[in-house]
Design a protein around this ligand. Structure first.
Ligand SMILES: [Mg+2]
Length: 171
């Protein structure tokens, strides 16, 4: 059960994830969280660096879908200008939105990675479907209320797993 909360990989930021890395593992699609994964939760638009990051994957034929628990307004106003398909109000860690993203990209589960900053939504949701999960350090140090609550639980889980020797990456 607790292994569901363990990401397969842990990186400092999305910019540590490159198309070359993913292609080597035959990954053809990315399901990524938005808030505090791609940009700060209160930043309305993609940064130039992020736009280049998106482009680098598109150029290699790797698909990206943004799957966010946030509202239609937030997710569409971020995603539309950069022309990335998205699912809002995703209710992660529930499976439905993940399944829809997989279907829309027309890929197999082992051709997809899930990227996100939260164990209780992104990592748990991806792991439940046996997708490869990559956790990133949150972009912002501030959060909305529910995210703060989630992070508290997350920290407890992480320290427990650390004591059990289940973690091999540094925080
Ligand atoms: Mg997030």
């Amino acid at each position: 059960m607790l292994k569901h909360f363990l990401p397969d990989e842990h990186v400092q930021s999305i910019f540590d994830i490159t198309p070359e890395m993913l292609l080597k593992r035959n990954v053809k699609g990315i399901i990524t969280d938005l808030d505090n994964t791609l940009v700060e939760w209160d930043r309305p638009e993609a940064t130039p660096e992020l736009i280049n990051w998106f482009r680098s994957f598109k150029e290699k034929g790797i698909l990206i879908t943004i799957v966010s628990n946030n509202t239609q307004q937030r997710v569409s106003s971020f995603s539309d200008p950069v022309q990335i398909p998205f699912i809002y109000s995703a209710r992660k860690p529930m499976s439905r939105a993940f399944k829809r993203a997989i279907r829309d990209m027309n890929l197999k589960r082992d051709e997809i990675v899930v990227i996100g900053d939260q164990l209780l939504t992104d990592v748990l949701g991806g792991n439940r479907l046996k997708l490869h999960t990559i956790m990133v350090v949150p972009v912002a140090s501030t959060d909305g209320l529910w995210t703060r609550v989630n992070r508290k639980i997350e920290r407890m889980l992480l320290s427990w797993m650390k004591r059990k020797g289940m973690l091999n990456w540094e925080e």
